[in-house]
Design a protein around this ligand. Structure first.
Ligand code: SIN
Length: 346
């Protein structure tokens, strides 16, 4: 099974994280989800409380008005926030499409660059041409894509960002990140780096913290699309026993304040229910007329048009075959403190 990162244990640290990670990861016994917080079926909601959101001064195409969002924080670690899928039906297609067709292109950096010469080709288009009806074939380049970095590139080996190692941060993802940040009380959040993770049904991501950014007062905002995941959120050391929560397509989780430097992990990817997927990706309610109506109350009208056009032009049958085996996560980070440059040594 693929495990992307391993974080060393600190010496003498009691590790109460790993046993929970293993419990959800192991496949040699039936999975017990009785302790997992599940916002879809109301399980374990005594572990959370409602989180009050701020209403931004405009709407963002594809998201429900913030007053309709349901947001919670974890009682044991109130900086961990969870927003239950705030996307309007069908609009998640846009983000999936961007994550498979565009964000994996240069100058963004991909895991593939380390061991194959993919150069400037569009990985999605070439996979579609070569594998036609068989996009989930393990040999297909798209199935080998594990991560993409954009903005300031996160360097996995050194766990650092570097001043000159940077690609433009895409405006649409930046708008989405800033919008969610405003809703959770961070109107000055500045998206400067993103890590995109592509998981398959046998993937996991072991316990780690995201501490390499210079500004830990800014939140880390994380989006999920496609297959379900069990996500673990612990504390600043592995001594804290983590809580488990289901992340499903469209859900957003945030690590802020007390949770910004908390250990977290994804021990398990699971097939999502077909009814839920149907609603998330159903575009029957989105007509081209939506472009006009949404631009009247949004200041992001060029983006509105782009989103609606994209949703209607994609070959969704093909994309949904890939997504049927995949969970896509992108997490958005602010790297620098406001009005500060990179430290001289970077
Ligand atoms: C991460 O911690 O980098 C990714 C978390 C996720 O996939 O939800």
């Amino acid at each position: 099974m693929a495990t992307y990162t391993e974080e060393e244990n600190r010496p003498d640290e009691v590790d109460n994280f790993k046993p929970i990670f293993k419990k959800y990861k192991r496949r040699d016994r039936p999975l017990d989800t009785s302790d997992v917080i599940d916002f879809d079926n109301g399980n374990n909601l005594h572990k959370v409380e409602e989180f009050k959101l701020e209403e931004p001064d405009h709407l963002l195409t594809g998201l429900k008005p913030v007053k309709k969002w349901k947001a919670y924080c974890l009682k044991s670690n109130p900086g961990f926030l969870f927003i239950v899928n705030p996307f309007e039906n069908g609009y998640q297609r846009y983000w999936v499409s961007r994550c498979v067709k565009d964000y994996p292109c240069r100058p963004n950096v991909r895991n593939l660059d380390a061991y194959m010469d993919v150069g400037d080709i569009n990985i999605w288009n070439s996979s579609m041409d070569t594998y036609k009806d068989d996009i989930t074939n393990k040999e297909c380049v798209m199935m080998k894509l594990r991560w993409v970095t954009m903005g300031y590139h996160y360097h996995w080996g050194t766990k650092k960002y570097y001043k000159d190692s940077k690609a433009p941060f895409q405006e649409d993802m930046s708008s989405l990140g800033r919008y969610v940040a405003s809703a959770i009380g961070y109107p000055k959040f500045s998206p400067e780096a993103a890590v995109l993770n592509y998981y398959h049904l046998d993937s996991s991501l072991s316990g780690h913290t995201d501490h390499s950014e210079f500004d830990h007062s800014a939140p880390l905002i994380s989006f999920s699309f496609g297959q379900d995941a069990i996500f673990l959120i612990g504390g600043e050391t592995k001594e804290t026993e983590p809580s488990a929560v289901f992340l499903r397509s469209g859900d957003i989780c945030v690590m802020s304040s007390s949770a910004r430097l908390s250990y977290h992990a994804v021990p398990r990817i699971m097939e999502s229910s077909s009814e839920r997927n149907h609603a998330c990706f159903d575009i029957s309610g989105i007509s081209k007329l939506d472009t006009e109506s949404s631009s009247s109350h949004s200041c992001e009208s060029t983006l509105d048009k782009k989103i609606v056009e994209r949703i209607h032009s994609d070959n969704w049958d093909f994309m949904s075959k890939y997504l049927g085996q995949t969970r896509i996560n992108f997490n958005i980070r602010q790297v620098l403190e406001p009005n500060r440059e990179f430290p001289a040594e970077s």
